[in-house]
Design a protein around this ligand. Structure first.
Ligand SMILES: Nc1nc2c(ncn2[C@@H]2O[C@H](COP(=O)(O)OP(=O)(O)OP(=O)(O)O)[C@@H](O)[C@H]2O)c(=O)[nH]1
Ligand SMILES: [Mg+2]
Length: 391
């Protein structure tokens, strides 16, 4: 499917930039338009592929191009104040050629975490196409303010979008790597997973006709109903067979072909299990997911209906969902992969902890206010007693 991607804040911009690179490399055609919004001028200048005219600097009057320094309330305020400038960039997008918006942001900082929900709300008021969010959770070692920002932003973002796709940096960081080097790999992981998924609904007319191609309405239906989504992925290298491989599916039923078919089916079923039970973009219990979409991609001679059907059935049993869709995404690449979108997941330990943090912060705010009121009263009383000042 074709997306208009808007990266908000530094992480958001870098990830959208990376999606453009993925699009060029794989010819997937999912990024119909790309916009970056930030309050930090240097971050906007550091982007590689997003067109200059689609880079929007907001909050100039307030922060002079230096970013908001992880102040997510300020991030939200400047987004509201300068929403017209963002809209101007979006006006230049041929939105009639777009299936959905994808607003991408890191939830731990100030600009993206504050601004992305504001933009999502704005877009939903104006357009009828779905507005999805891709929210990146900070590592737990980044510090309290990042966690607190994420806790607050998450609650607002999930409410404003049609579905919030989540990637948790915390479960993907590698030890012993520089932060920047680590992000390079993490961002590649992000674009590959979400790229395969959204690319599935974008099989062109001239390309090989799959047995059951996923189309963009199936992605939209899986994401409809809101909530939080996570993506699982697993792949296996195969040999690209440019000879008679494709034909072998249609030729006689000698023993060799039966063996091939059985191998193909088995490969698919185990890839589906690996994808669902391995590391998800947001780790969670897959049981209880409301909807799911299974996308099997690879050379068409390595895809078959039986494998996908089995994988789909297995997912139905594991999730308990009655709404599991599945299909092919034929691509001439030397690997077969399974990507699984699990939508409306509820049993997510990381989100429960974040909600706890938000509640505690709320309590703390009351404590702090109560404390400062007490102090004030004491000061007044002290004043009345005419005690010697301590300092
Ligand atoms: N996956 C990924 N996460 C990133 C990347 N850069 C930053 N992050 C994460 O995103 C969070 C927010 O950082 P930024 O995007 O730099 O913040 P911002 O939105 O620009 O906001 P301010 O800098 O406070 O104005 C961080 O806490 C990190 O967890 C990146 O390249 N990839
Ligand atoms: Mg920044």
């Amino acid at each position: 499917m074709k997306l208009a991607m808007i990266g908000f804040g530094q992480a958001g911009g870098k990830i959208v930039d990376r999606f453009l690179e993925y699009d060029e490399r794989t010819n997937s055609g999912i990024v119909r338009a790309a916009v970056a919004v930030n309050s930090a001028k240097a971050d906007l200048m550091g982007l590689e592929r997003i067109p200059q005219e689609n880079r929007v600097l907001i909050g100039q009057a307030r922060v002079k191009g230096h970013g908001v320094g992880a102040d997510n309330e300020l991030g939200a305020e400047i987004a509201e104040e300068d929403i017209d400038e963002v809209q101007n960039a979006i006006d230049a997008i041929p939105t009639h050629e777009v299936d959905a918006f994808l607003v991408v942001a890191g939830m731990g900082g100030g600009t993206g975490s504050g601004g992305a929900p504001v933009l999502a709300k704005h877009l939903k008021r104006i357009y009828t196409i779905p507005v999805y969010g891709l929210g990146v959770l900070p590592g737990t070692d980044e510090g309290g303010i990042y966690t607190l920002n994420a806790a607050r932003s998450f609650q607002t973002f999930v409410r404003e979008v049609d579905n919030l796709l989540v990637f948790d940096n915390d479960s993907w960081r590698q030890t012993g790597e520089s932060v920047e080097g680590g992000y390079e790999k993490i961002n590649e992981e992000i674009v590959r997973r979400f790229g395969v998924l959204f690319g599935a609904g974008e099989v062109g007319d001239g390309e090989e006709v799959a047995e059951s191609v996923v189309d963009s309405s199936e992605i939209i239906n899986t994401l409809s109903g809101g909530g939080v989504s996570t993506v699982g992925y697993a792949s296996e290298e195969v040999e690209l067979n440019t000879g008679g491989g494709l034909l072998s599916r249609f030729t006689g039923d000698d023993a060799g072909d039966d063996l091939d078919a059985a191998n193909t089916t088995n490969r698919i079923t185990s890839l589906v299990r690996k994808a669902a039970l391995g590391r998800l973009t947001l780790p969670c219990e897959i049981e209880g997911a409301e909807r799911a979409l299974l996308v099997l991609s690879g050379p068409s001679e390595y895809l078959n209906r039986k494998g996908i059907e089995r994988g789909r059935k297995w997912l139905e049993e594991e999730t308990g969902s009655m709404e599991v869709r599945g299909g092919d995404f034929p691509r001439e690449e030397p690997e077969v992969s399974a990507a699984i979108l699990l939508s409306g997941v509820t049993d997510v330990p990381r989100i429960k902890r974040l909600q706890q943090v938000a509640i505690e912060a709320q309590d703390n705010i009351e404590d702090i206010q109560a404390e400062s009121e007490e102090n004030l009263e004491e000061l007044v009383e002290d004043d009345e007693d005419e005690l010697e000042p301590l300092f």
